[in-house]
Design a protein around this ligand. Structure first.
Ligand code: DQA
Length: 151
């Protein structure tokens, strides 16, 4: 089983970006913890961050190509600000039909009204938000157990 974690815009700045909201962990530390968790579960894991909507769409398409180099069984996605705006990322996820979990570090529902709307949530297997880096850990655990139960 291979999983992909996608990180959207500005998440490369974790650790220095609004630490009161997003905490002090860097993206590299979050990925390293996910990598360890995946290895313990016997799952392959790849990570990709981009500040560009089209690059995220390209990576989703690649993950969904069974003849490609890195087809994936499931995706964890923190689309960051694109969660609230991107029809293109929604369409890419629906086009490839790879099961995905939406992740956020912060509780987006306890923030500005424009963050309450997600263009991905209604098609996600699940949504986890508000637990900082632990949101990713919970999402990975949930995704793997869902995929194993479905296999
Ligand atoms: C975020 C929440 C989004 O609203 C915001 O634009 C982000 C980060 C989170 O992980 O809490 O960049 O996705």
């Amino acid at each position: 089983m291979r999983l992909l974690v996608l990180h959207g815009p500005n998440l490369n700045l974790l650790g220095q970006r609004e630490p009161g909201l997003y905490g002090s962990s860097t993206l590299a530390a979050i990925d390293a913890a996910l990598q360890q968790q995946a290895a313990a579960l016997g799952v392959e894991f790849a990570s990709f961050q981009s500040n560009h909507e089209g690059a995220l769409v390209d990576r989703i398409q690649q993950a969904g190509d069974p003849a490609g180099d890195t087809p994936c069984n499931g995706i964890l996605i923190n689309a960051a600000a694109y969660t609230h705006t991107s029809v293109a990322i929604r369409d890419a996820l629906l086009a490839v039909a790879v099961p995905f979990v939406e992740v956020h570090l912060s509780n987006t529902h306890a923030r500005e009204p424009f963050r309450h709307r997600s263009l991905l949530a209604d098609r996600a297997l699940g949504v986890i938000c508000g637990f900082g880096p632990t949101s990713y850990r919970l999402a990975l655990e949930g995704l793997v157990s869902h995929l194993r139960a479905a296999a």
